[in-house]
Design a protein around this ligand. Structure first.
Ligand code: PMT
Length: 400
């Protein structure tokens, strides 16, 4: 998503400068071309060489440095940005921008840029709460600057309160979101993720290896593309993406109830969850004791949630996943038809780099009109992008 994007990262002087280094690493790893401008004070905290090494670009520090001006120039920097981010942004920097001051390279470039600007403040909590600072921040927000609010926590100055820079991952997500076209604006998408757990007794369950990564990636990307996303997730260790509403569930029955409750108000359902097909027929209320050498579990079928959605379909776009270990296309095609789906995403979960608990996936997309597309191995986030490209097209065709 950030591949080839030009980002100007403006760094002003605060203890949180070290977090801007980590953010820079995330941005360059994602393929962004990052140009750094540091204020004089920022250089007191971290040397420009660190930023230069990680960005692969010269760090810009002076408005009147002839070499830098000849090579890049403050207007050229302002012009080339797809996005301008200020991390950390001090009260002083925000105050200067709000007053229209341009007395160094960073403030001059911010004033000259036509690109969106994301400001991520960090400061002492009393400074943050100061009405003068609050007025400046509010004014900039009214002028169209994007503000990612600081979080609460224990601050380097010893105070505890609001003023802490959000984690670099959170800032990175905000950057991704700002650079993503909103082609799913107005679309209600329900995504299921993770495994379900079917209890045998209070301490044991039947489940599978799903980590939730595939479903969470879809939820995150859909939200970034402007959709209203409801995530119904079985137990996972993952953090719910910013802006996504999550209903945590445990069993298939709970997942079914949550999904059906919201189905009528949904435009698109994407079922990436690995729902357990069977549950214990006689769940024991107490922990089962080991007595005999052998134990047989009596299992009964769980409801097939997706098949039920297919039967009740009233204009929704339905996307299923097929986790297979053999005859991938044949099994997936059967599910596509049986469950009345628009698309099924087929993955052979025994392929290295595909399926359960990996960061990548290798999928085939089978469409209701008979088309089959093979995607190469890619990150689950990229699979989500590719899938949502197809979903966005279907949604447009349906007249939204
Ligand atoms: O979570 P990860 O670790 O990232 O792993 C990703 C994944 C392997 C779980 C994902 O890529 C995937 O394949 N999800 C579907 C797993 C699955 O249950 O496949 P299935 O072929 O058994 O089911 C077909 C479809 O019916 C699925 O969309 C499933 O959600 C749905 N289903 C299945 C059974 C059931 N009782 N109710 C359902 O709704």
């Amino acid at each position: 998503m950030l591949q080839g994007k030009s980002i100007v990262l403006g760094v002003s002087g605060g203890i949180a400068v070290y977090k801007a280094v980590e953010l820079l690493r995330l941005l360059t790893k994602a393929g962004a071309d990052v140009h750094i401008i540091m204020t004089k004070n920022a250089q007191e905290f971290v040397a420009p060489l660190t930023f230069q090494t990680l960005s692969g670009n010269p760090v810009n520090t002076d408005l009147f440095n002839l070499y830098q001006e000849q090579e890049i120039g403050h207007i050229a920097l302002a012009d080339r940005a797809d996005l301008f981010i200020l991390v950390p942004a001090t009260a002083n920097l925000i105050g200067k921008i709000a007053q229209g001051l341009a007395d160094d390279l960073l403030t001059t470039s911010v004033m000259a840029t036509k690109s969106p600007v994301l400001i991520v403040p960090a400061m002492n909590t009393n400074m943050y709460e100061n009405p003068i600072y609050q007025r400046n921040e509010k004014y900039l927000a009214e002028q169209g600057y994007h503000i990612l609010e600081p979080v609460s926590g224990s601050l380097a100055c010893g105070w505890n309160g609001k003023g802490k820079l959000p984690d670099p991952e959170v800032i990175f997500t905000a950057v991704e979101s700002m650079l993503t076209p909103k082609d799913l604006l107005g679309c209600q998408i329900l995504v299921t993720a993770g495994p379900t757990r079917e209890e045998i007794d209070p301490v044991r369950y039947v489940s599978n290896y799903s980590s939730g990564k595939m479903g969470f990636a879809i939820a995150k990307v859909a939200q970034q593309r402007g959709a209203q996303v409801l995530l119904v997730s079985g137990p996972t260790c993952l953090t719910v993406p910013v802006g996504v509403h999550c209903i945590p569930v445990c069993s298939a029955e709970e997942m079914r109830a949550a999904v059906l409750e919201h189905y009528d108000n949904t435009d698109v359902v994407i079922k990436a969850a690995a729902v357990a097909d069977y549950r214990s027929a006689d769940r024991s209320v107490q922990k089962m004791k080991k007595t005999a050498d052998r134990l047989s579990l009596n299992l009964e079928r769980n409801p097939d949630i997706l098949a039920e959605l297919g039967q009740k379909k009233a204009g929704q776009i339905l996307v299923g996943f097929a986790a297979e270990t053999e005859r991938l296309l044949a099994h997936a095609a059967e599910k596509l038809e049986k469950k009345n789906l628009d698309i099924i995403v087929a993955n052979n979960v025994t392929d290295p780099g595909a399926g359960f608990d990996t960061d990548t996936n290798i999928v085939r997309l089978l469409h209701a009109d008979g088309r089959v597309e093979s995607l190469e191995k890619m990150s689950k986030q990229m699979v989500a992008q590719q899938l949502l490209n197809r979903v966005a097209m279907l949604w447009k065709v349906k007249g939204r």
